[in-house]
Write a protein that binds this ligand. Structure first.
Ligand code: MRU
Length: 357
């Protein structure tokens, strides 16, 4: 999608290095950063220069290629794969991508190994882009249906950033929105600010602005009253890990939004590529929920009058805080899942049927 009118993907390989858009600087500064080693890739995931489940997967895939480039000793490659998997715990795309890379590389010790690793990493990214595009084509039907009934602007609420910046391109939750906009359907997006890191305000609103899609940032607690007032036609969110029973793990606060949607008969959709489905974990209690530094709560970042990024403390110095990054929305509150293969019920039957499992 576009930034200042120029088309980008979130990650690419160029001049022998991996290039990413540094998301910690957005929306105030647009900076492209180079990743030269597997350690760079691990660090970039940890400090969230790249984030969002599909993009974490894509970065991990390129991280494996960088490991191969540094040292193609199988022990080094194996250790790198383990370190990558540990870099963030909740998004399943990370392990999925590393496992796929390891499978591709196993037993290869020819001169071809780097070429094979880079090719597979690119394929993982290309596939994600295609899957997200298909999510958009499938989700467009839902928006179109609402528009055909309402004959007026479709108001869509989203949480966090499940936009193109969280994927390779298109986004998951935003892809149906981009497709609707391209088709001329009038849409307006309520963007949850998404404390503490403000991915909604900093990233979703930013990318929607760049594509000229009308949007309004709201405090995370505002969604409820908007739904009570009939000002939300549908919610679409992304996910970091969806279990085979349809339970959805996503950015903290998603669950509360789903409860409000349920109470107000607002349809609540979750958009995801199949790489985000965890077919193995059976109980949501077993999903590792990332606990991040409480400084993300106690401090906020913004730009000063000289356009310099500044971080300031907003809490009492002696107060404690806890920063859980994700929660789980039980399948019963999810209207449907929107995937690259089509739309299905958030249930074991729904997912099994769609994915022939
Ligand atoms: O902590 P983040 O910014 O990586 O969390 C991102 C989300 O929760 C997204 O909603 C999710 O990864 C889906 S991305 C298409």
């Amino acid at each position: 999608m576009k930034i200042e009118g120029k088309e980008y993907r979130t990650i690419w390989f160029e001049n022998n290095v991996v290039k990413i858009i540094d998301q910690t600087k957005l929306p105030h500064q647009f900076m492209i950063k180079e990743l030269k080693t597997v350690k760079d890739a691990i660090n970039s995931i940890k400090i969230m220069e790249v984030r969002g489940a599909p993009l974490i997967g894509g970065t991990a895939a390129y991280g494996m290629a960088l490991a191969v480039k540094e040292n193609n000793d199988p022990e080094f490659i194996k250790k790198s794969s383990e370190d990558l998997i540990k870099s963030r715990p909740t998004a399943i795309n990370l392990k999925w991508a590393v496992d796929r890379m390891m499978k591709k590389l196993s037993g290869i010790n020819s001169d071809q190994i780097l070429y094979i690793a880079l090719k597979e990493a690119k394929e993982i990214c290309d596939e994600d882009e295609k899957f997200c595009e298909n999510i958009g084509i499938n989700g467009l039907k839902i928006i179109e249906e609402i528009y055909n009934k309402k004959k007026d602007i479709v108001n869509i609420l989203t949480h966090c950033n499940a936009g193109w910046l969280a994927t390779i391109n298109w986004g998951t939750a935003t892809s149906p929105i981009y497709h609707a906009h391209k088709k001329g359907i009038p849409v307006h997006v309520w963007v949850d600010e998404t404390r503490p890191r403000n991915q909604g305000a900093n990233l979703t609103s930013y990318e929607l602005n760049e594509e000229e899609i009308p949007n309004t940032i709201i405090a995370d607690n505002t969604g409820g009253i908007l739904m009570q007032r009939g000002e939300v036609d549908m919610c679409i969110v992304g996910t970091d890990r969806t279990l085979s029973n349809g339970d959805v793990c996503n950015k903290i606060g998603t669950y509360l939004k789903a409860l409000a949607a349920h109470d107000n008969n607002v349809p609540f959709y979750v958009a995801l590529p199949s790489s985000t489905i965890d077919w193995d974990t059976k109980d949501a209690k077993d999903i590792p929920i990332e606990k991040r530094n409480s400084e993300e709560l106690s401090h906020v970042e913004g730009v000063d009058e000289n356009n310099q990024i500044k971080k300031v403390l907003i809490y009492p110095k002696k107060s404690k805080s806890i920063n859980l990054a994700f929660d789980v929305t039980p399948a019963k509150y999810v209207t449907n899942l929107i995937t690259e293969k089509g739309i299905c019920e958030a249930s074991t039957e729904g997912l099994k049927k769609l994915f022939n499992k």
